[in-house]
Design a protein around this ligand. Structure first.
Ligand SMILES: NC(=O)c1ccc[n+]([C@@H]2O[C@H](COP(=O)([O-])OP(=O)(O)OC[C@H]3O[C@@H](n4cnc5c(N)ncnc54)[C@H](O)[C@@H]3O)[C@@H](O)[C@H]2O)c1
Length: 263
């Protein structure tokens, strides 16, 4: 993946440190690459060590600043260590994107897969809560504000069939976002939820395969533009929420889903 050349001379995140969870692939990696091209020091917080190291190496070989920290967002001690590593290596924390997630479940509510429910809630919901806890503590102690972006999903606007745990976890992310925004405006920390629609990543490809569907089968059903998003299109929305150009936005839910609720 290459850094967009038109951004190489514009570095609005210079001097800032951004944590991106689940940045070994897909949307998270696109965000990490874009933030690095905008001048940020980027912490790749990822459970998949090979993918995380590779993402950090790609950023470094393009002249960016990146640190890979092996992280399991569902474990409080792991998230605490990751935030501490960011502070130790880069001296601060200004932006966080809580993006890591497991793939959707595939059964209706009436046949709930209870084991998968517990796993997905621990990563996609509790994981965001734990990231918020340790990121907020660091930002509050630092005293210079910050921007936190939680990755929600278009399933909040319209649930997909046979993904009750994923959908419920993403609704929970919205509740966490609003609670954290309400409590932390006083610290000048903004907290928003970014809500992608169908985006062509590993998570999407595996999900389609499990359901026996192709990209073409779904393209006209996921939004009025008749195509999946590229991860970079979600990353640009995250960059805007990270920057001071969105300085009066907090507690918001921002769809980037090509009108998913209109089809
Ligand atoms: N792709 C889509 O169509 C789509 C749509 C709506 C929302 N989203 C959301 O966007 C985010 C990124 O999705 P994606 O499609 O890029 O997914 P992806 O599967 O390509 O990437 C997710 C990353 O999270 C990592 N991860 C998983 N569990 C982890 C854990 N416990 N700790 C740390 N890292 C962990 C994975 O290793 C992977 O690198 C997710 O929150 C997802 O729910 C995606």
């Amino acid at each position: 993946m290459t850094i967009p050349s038109h951004l190489l001379t514009i570095t609005p995140l210079a001097g800032k440190t951004a944590v991106v969870t689940g940045a070994g692939g897909g949307i998270g990696k696109a965000i990490a690459v874009l933030f690095a091209s905008a001048g940020a020091n980027v912490v790749i917080a990822e459970i998949n060590e090979e993918a995380g190291k590779q993402a950090a190496a790609e950023i470094q070989s393009s002249g960016g600043h990146a640190l890979f920290v092996a992280t399991d967002v569902s474990k409080s001690a792991s998230v605490q260590s990751m935030v501490q590593a960011a502070l130790t290596r880069f001296g601060g924390l200004h932006v966080a994107v809580n993006n890591a997630a497991m793939q959707c479940d595939t059964t209706p509510v009436s046949e709930l897969d209870e084991d998968y429910w517990n796993k997905i809630i621990s990563v996609n919901f509790t994981g965001v809560a734990l990231c918020l806890k340790w990121e907020l503590q660091a930002m509050i102690a630092q005293g210079s504000g910050g921007s936190i972006i939680n990755m929600a999903s278009a399933t909040i606007r319209k649930p997909g069939p046979q993904m009750p745990a994923y959908t419920a976890a993403k609704h929970g992310v919205l509740g966490l976002t609003r609670s954290a925004a309400m409590e932390n405006g006083v610290h000048k920390i903004r907290v928003n939820a970014l809500s992608p629609g169908g985006t062509m990543t590993e998570l999407t490809a595996t999900g389609l395969e499990k359901l026996g569907l192709t990209e073409a089968d779904m393209a006209s059903r996921i939004g009025v533009l008749g195509r999946f998003a590229k991860p970079e299109e979600i990353a640009h929305a995250a960059l805007w929420l990270a920057l001071d150009t969105s300085s009066y936005i907090t507690g918001a839910f921002m769809p980037v889903d090509a009108g998913y609720d209109l089809v």
